[in-house]
Design a binder for this molecule. Structure first.
Ligand code: AP5
Length: 215
């Protein structure tokens, strides 16, 4: 199955994408994760991307497109893939279309995670991440057993740099301006599946399985 997970910051794309990838045994490509790894490893890509990410702005289309073009050509993607956080602009969606034609594959669905803004802000303010192993927690919905400590590896949990209040406001603005127009685009080509994603992680997972036709 070839899927796109679309939605605002904090909507649960990463959380649900990981579960779905495990269920389908396909890779999940999250452009945000790929870029954060590059920042952490201090690569030329990471050094370029960091100033956009820290400000809550989008990394230039051509940079992100080349990452995704490469990822989709990898052998692991041959039996299906999940794209999390990509595409985010019309040029990215057009670039994805062109890559899919090259590969001779189609999208089965674009899942839109619909969550009210006050819930997004609460989730982002409560997110804690482990810089050592990448595990994600939430002080409200999924707190670690020991406050501030990663339950997976024992690392010290941190607030993601772009989850600070002012940056979150900008990410939401950028989402509305650049990414929301994609909803209409995918609605027109009838691959959009709307998912009411404000419930618990388990409830949202059950709904998602149904909207993609697995349950
Ligand atoms: P990216 O990492 O993609 O950030 P985002 O889209 O803003 O998404 P988030 O990771 O904030 O949210 P999510 O929907 O994955 O929610 P999650 O499951 O983590 O991008 C970061 C930056 O990279 C961008 O700003 C940009 O600079 C750059 N970038 C990335 N892709 C790009 C692209 N295509 N083009 C250009 N630039 C790009 O959940 C959030 C929190 O809520 C967690 O704590 C989780 O535990 C909790 N939670 C999840 N589900 C629930 C639930 N149902 N109930 C309660 N809590 C929940």
């Amino acid at each position: 199955m070839n899927l796109v997970l679309l939605g605002p910051p904090g909507a649960g794309k990463g959380t649900q994408g990981d579960r779905l990838a495990a269920r389908l045994a396909v890779p999940k490509f999250a452009t945000g994760d790929i870029l954060r790894d590059a920042v952490r490893d201090d690569t030329p890509l990471g050094r370029d991307a960091q100033r956009y990410m820290d400000a809550g702005e989008l990394v230039p289309d051509e940079v992100v497109l080349s990452l995704v073009r490469e990822a989709l050509g990898a052998p692991q993607a041959a039996k299906g893939f999940i794209l999390d956080g990509f595409p985010r602009t019309v040029p990215q969606a057009e670039g994805l279309d062109a890559r899919l034609v090259e590969l001779g594959v189609k999208l089965d669905a674009v899942v839109y995670f619909d969550v009210p803004e006050e819930e997004l802000v609460k989730r982002l303010a409560g997110r804690r991440v482990c810089p050592s192993c990448g595990a994600v927690f939430n002080v409200h919905s999924d707190p670690p057993a020991v406050a501030g400590t990663c339950g997976d590896c024992g690392g010290q949990l941190e607030v993601r740099e772009d989850d600070r209040e002012e940056t979150v406001r900008n990410r939401l603005r950028v989402y509305r301006e650049h990414t929301e127009p994609l909803l209409q685009r995918y609605e027109k080509i009838s691959s959009l599946r709307r998912l009411a994603a404000a419930g618990s992680v388990d409830d949202v997972y059950d709904k998602m399985i149904r909207v993609v036709g697995l349950g």
